[in-house]
Design a protein around this ligand. Structure first.
Ligand code: ATP
Length: 374
């Protein structure tokens, strides 16, 4: 049975400001759900509704078989780790970790001591138990917050962008600590982030939100290979999917895609879904790894499903090189920008890029819905 069940959850801050717009999802026993989306899409508000820090305008939240909408935050038995760690500055590390246990009551001094020591050891902060938070680094404060979530027997764990204040190196370590926490306490978890790579690394499933709505929920692989719309396709995956303006055309019983950069035969397996769409304006999506780069010159062009051009520039970036391809006619007019890994020795050369047409994505240009998935 799903441990968290959210049905038609809605939060209106005002008539114009609908932060969460009839969202439904489930989190199963022991599941780690990453919730991702751009700034302002309603992630934090959804989390605060789960914790009971905001009251829902309508809809239902169930933990197990219990509707919790009317239950006070402290009685929901939820542990929450915030972006700013929310550690108490006047308490020692020990007291910060013990705080939730003392607040709940019912734990002996010995039990508190043993839980705090164990959690501190697990997150490597046991030598720091007597310090105050201002004497800690950001990474150490973060681990105090994790240890505090760990000592409680919370039924549900919620994270609100817990890593965004850490530098890249610490973030990597902290991800591992979060996985450690989840392995030790495999409770249903909702983890909010705006970073899709973090969501992909941590989530058993990922929920993508936009404008208060849930766009798609599924495993990282589902969202990557079968996005239901252009937004999800672009949001998930680094480097991002390449998108081209195009049109579906029909010739001699076959369907083609025509764009300024290439014309390609659509595999027959998609005909059922696309049969009625000849003439439709579409966005064509191609993942960088679904384009084949020739190994070395000379590049024999044999594949019909090929983009050809002169490689003008390669721009290194954190998420993969960006290659700019210009048309063969002249390099003033770019036909395509690819997010793809290419060696610098290719610059100035004419290259063909083969497209794996079995893996393409087609979105209705007007509605942005996928014509192939969803
Ligand atoms: P971020 O990644 O920037 O934290 P988010 O996806 O977590 O964004 P929310 O904080 O849930 O987004 O906010 C969703 C929308 O609701 C935003 O437009 C925000 O301005 C609005 N909002 C949030 N809290 C309130 C509030 N207390 N009163 C009015 N509007 C609010």
């Amino acid at each position: 049975m799903a441990l968290i069940q959210v049905r038609d959850l809605r939060k209106e801050f005002s008539a114009e400001k609908i932060a969460v717009n009839n969202v439904s999802f489930e989190v199963k026993e022991g599941e780690f759900l990453a919730m991702v989306g751009p700034s302002g899409c309603g992630k934090t508000t959804t989390l605060r509704l789960l914790a009971g820090l905001e009251a829902a305008t309508s809809g239902e939240i169930r933990f197990g078989d219990k509707v919790v909408n009317e239950i006070r935050p402290r009685d929901r038995n939820v542990a929450m780790v915030f972006q700013d760690y929310a550690v108490f500055p006047h308490l020692t590390v020990y007291e910060n970790i013990a705080y939730g246990l003392r607040a709940r009551g019912g734990y002996s001094r010995q039990e508190i001591d043993s839980r705090v020591t164990k959690a501190a050891q697990m997150f490597r902060i046991d030598p720091l138990l007597k310090r105050k938070p201002r004497q800690l680094s950001g990474g150490e404060r973060q681990r105090v917050a994790l240890a505090r979530a760990m000592v409680r027997d919370a039924d549900i764990i919620l994270f609100d962008e817990p890593l965004s204040n850490l530098d890249a190196q610490l973030r990597h370590q902290a991800r591992e600590d979060i996985m450690l926490l989840h392995q030790q306490r495999p409770k249903p978890t909702v983890y909010v982030t705006h970073d899709q790579s973090e969501a992909m690394a941590l989530g058993d499933r990922i929920a993508v939100m936009r404008g208060g709505k849930l766009e798609q929920i599924g495993t990282g692989q589902d969202l990557y290979s079968k996005p239901v719309n252009q937004f999800v396709a672009f949001f998930i995956g680094a480097p991002s999917i390449n998108l081209f303006d195009g049109r579906i055309s029909a010739e001699d019983g076959s369907l083609y895609i025509e764009t300024a950069a290439f014309k390609a035969l659509i595999p027959a397996q998609f005909n059922d879904k696309l049969g009625g769409h000849a003439g439709l304006a579409v966005k064509v999506g191609i993942r960088p790894e679904d384009m084949h780069v020739p190994k070395q010159a000379p590049f024999a062009v044999t594949d019909d499903n090929t983009i050809r051009g002169i490689l003008n520039e390669i721009e290194p970036s954190a998420t993969g090189s960006i290659a700019y391809l210009s048309s063969l006619e002249g390099d003033s007019e770019y036909v395509a920008t690819f997010r793809i890994r290419l060696p610098a020795s290719y610059i100035g050369k004419e290259i063909p890029l083969g497209i794996n047409m079995e893996k393409i994505h087609l979105f209705d240009a007007a509605s942005e819905h996928s014509l192939l998935y969803g």
